[in-house]
Design a protein around this ligand. Structure first.
Ligand code: MN
Length: 334
């Protein structure tokens, strides 16, 4: 962890991280998670997510220390301030305050949590990043909790508050993982049957995604368009949500794969769209132009459903390359 921090954050910032690591290890000794692991594994995991996001040393340190004030006897916010300074203390305090919201169980209380979360975001978004990393690890270890009601409450709160928040700030992978774990917890039967069906289709289709990518790349190249094409299966949760919205069965939702065509500029987006619609039949009511009319969060992309290569119903998203921003979106909108 220290080596990675030093790599993207040269200087002696890593010393703060090292100090926080040793401090948290000592503070949490003799404490254990429900999984039976030493408690310290939890703040370590949270910090490692923050390292992956290349966040600054005070944020990593606060990730390591985030549960010390609440859970360790004799450690107060003043202790953290004296040892690590005002910035780290402010971050730890922010996360501790958000933790207190976890006990909300009424709808009103959830609206209130979301409101406080957004306020915290406005004050210092790093507090929310730490909180999301905290929630991700707690979701990954959710199955260790004994009481089904408690697991369900945490899963529901994750779907209602944390996943949308992760989406809003562009943490697409975190959002998807939070959703999938919560979905498996709350609707186990639906989750298992969708996963089984996806596995079945995957075996039948024998690696169809790379074939479709290759064909779309060829279509673009033949028309002189420089494009990057990628493809993936939709997630079980996004499939389920679409089934709910459209009141459709899994069989009716044949476009379980989504492809992305990324080009250099807006004009080329429309050229690429023209090529796709000329060559493949469009599926009615599956066209959305979020370039012409961006979504409120700024998302810009063209979505279309077609009977694509391999005679398969797919979704295609066409957008321009935006450097330096994680610019992503789920498939719920088409
Ligand atoms: Mn925690």
């Amino acid at each position: 962890m220290l080596a990675r921090v030093q790599k993207y954050y040269p200087g002696d910032g890593y010393k703060l991280v090292e100090k926080a690591y040793l401090f948290a290890q000592e503070a949490h000794k003799n404490q254990y998670r429900k999984s039976g692991e030493p408690y310290f594994t939890h703040p370590c995991f949270v910090a490692s997510i923050l390292v992956e996001l290349s966040l600054d040393p005070p944020t990593i340190a606060a990730g390591l220390l985030h549960d010390t004030v609440e859970d360790c006897e004799g450690i107060t916010l003043d202790t953290i301030r004296q040892e690590f300074g005002e910035e780290v203390a402010m971050l730890v305090d922010g996360v501790t305050k958000l933790n207190k919201l976890d006990f909300a169980d009424k709808e009103e209380a959830q609206a209130e949590s979301l409101r406080k979360m957004i306020l915290a975001m406005g004050k210092d978004i790093r507090v929310v990043l730490i909180k999301l990393a905290d929630r991700l690890h707690n979701m990954r270890t959710l199955h260790f909790l004994q009481k089904p009601e408690k697991r369900a409450r945490i899963a529901k709160e994750t779907l209602d508050i944390y996943a949308p928040l992760a989406e809003r700030i562009g943490m697409q992978e975190v959002k998807s993982e939070l959703e999938e774990i919560a979905f498996a917890e709350l609707h186990k039967d639906a989750h298992d049957s969708i996963v089984a069906r996806l596995n079945f289709l995957r075996e039948q289709g024998s690696n169809i995604v790379p074939k479709i990518i290759a064909q779309l790349e060829k279509d673009m190249a033949e028309n002189g368009i420089k494009a990057t094409v990628s493809g993936r299966e939709k997630t079980p949760y996004s499939i389920w949500r679409k089934m709910q919205q459209k009141n459709a069965s899994f069989e009716q939702l044949s476009d379980i794969m989504a492809f992305r065509i990324i080009v250099d500029d807006v004009a080329t987006c429309y050229q690429a769209l023209g090529i796709v619609h000329t060559k493949y039949h469009m599926v009615p009511r599956r066209f959305k132009d979020y370039i012409s009319t961006p979504k409120p969060n700024g998302y810009q992309s063209i979505h279309t459903g077609v009977i694509g290569p391999e005679n398969t119903r797919i979704e295609i998203q066409i957008r321009r390359l935006i450097i330096g921003i994680i610019y992503d979106d789920c498939v719920k909108c088409i």
